[in-house]
Design a protein around this ligand. Structure first.
Ligand SMILES: Nc1ncnc2c1ncn2[C@@H]1O[C@H](COP(=O)(O)OP(=O)(O)OP(=O)(O)O)[C@@H](O)[C@H]1O
Length: 238
């Protein structure tokens, strides 16, 4: 059992988002605590990815408020939101979206190079992260020669190399077989806990959600009838 500190790092209130006539989120409230790993679950089309994109500052909600610490994302310019994603947030998607021409170590070092760190420092940090995530053996391999699991480990190293306060992971194991997926999650969760990163984890899989401290379920753009996810109703955080 892992205790969170309780301080809220990311807060959503009344978040609404539609795509043209299609409502995706109908007024979501959510709190992510420091060091917490929160699983966002629910059926296909329930709004999980849309919510993750809003919380990460990638999409702008139509209504409602999202705050990161004291900072209201709605009041930030695009440039400020990009800076947040480079420095405070990490993102990991179903397909790692690695640069094929670069090795695993070069891919993992990219976020540090983009924030102006030196090549040597960035490479050292990238190698450390690949090692922590169990992918040191592919450090000098390019993505086309890696397995799907190795590619996701490399993408996870890239997402964590800046020591983000929040990691947004959207179905990070969705393209992997169950065993490889659970191995990736095990590494990811341990690494996040070690450095105190909060994680918002979108998943369809109960096996993967079990790695989280708490679960929030979405149905048709809303949290369930009580306004609390299944995990909250049964008294999680575990
Ligand atoms: N770019 C888009 N344009 C139009 N409608 C969209 C777009 N993205 C999502 N939607 C719609 O918004 C709703 C929520 O979709 P979203 O992808 O957020 O759900 P999800 O729970 O993440 O689904 P899945 O588990 O299948 O990824 C769905 O009705 C979906 O069809």
């Amino acid at each position: 059992m892992t205790r969170t500190s309780g301080a809220t790092v990311l807060r959503a209130r009344g978040v609404v988002k539609s795509y043209g006539p299609t409502p995706a989120l109908r007024g979501i409230d959510l709190d992510l605590a420091e060091r917490e790993i929160l699983a966002l679950t629910g059926p296909s089309g329930s709004g999980k990815s849309t919510l993750l994109h809003c919380l990460a500052g990638i999409l702008r909600p139509d209504a409602g408020e999202i705050t990161y610490g004291e900072l209201a994302l709605g009041g930030c310019s695009e440039a400020e939101r990009s800076r947040l994603r480079r420095t405070e947030f990490g993102v990991l998607f179903q397909f790692g979206q690695l640069v094929e021409e670069l090795t695993a170590a070069e891919n993992a070092a990219l976020p540090l190079l983009l924030t102006g760190r030196g090549r040597k420092e960035a490479r050292t940090a990238a190698l450390e992260w690949l090692d922590r995530l169990g992918a040191a053996d592919v450090a000098d391999v390019r993505p086309p020669r890696m397995s799907g699991g190795q590619q996701q480990l490399c993408a996870a190293a890239r997402a964590l190399v800046t020591a983000p306060r929040v990691l947004f992971a959207d179905e990070p194991t969705g393209a992997l077989d169950q065993l490889t997926g659970e191995k990736l999650l095990g590494h990811l969760v341990r690494a996040a806990r070690e450095q105190g990163t909060s994680v918002l984890l979108v998943t369809h899989s109960p096996g993967i959600a079990a790695y989280a401290d708490r679960e929030l379920s979405l149905y048709d753009g809303e949290t369930d009838a009580t306004g609390l996810g299944a995990g909250q109703r049964i008294g999680v955080p575990r």
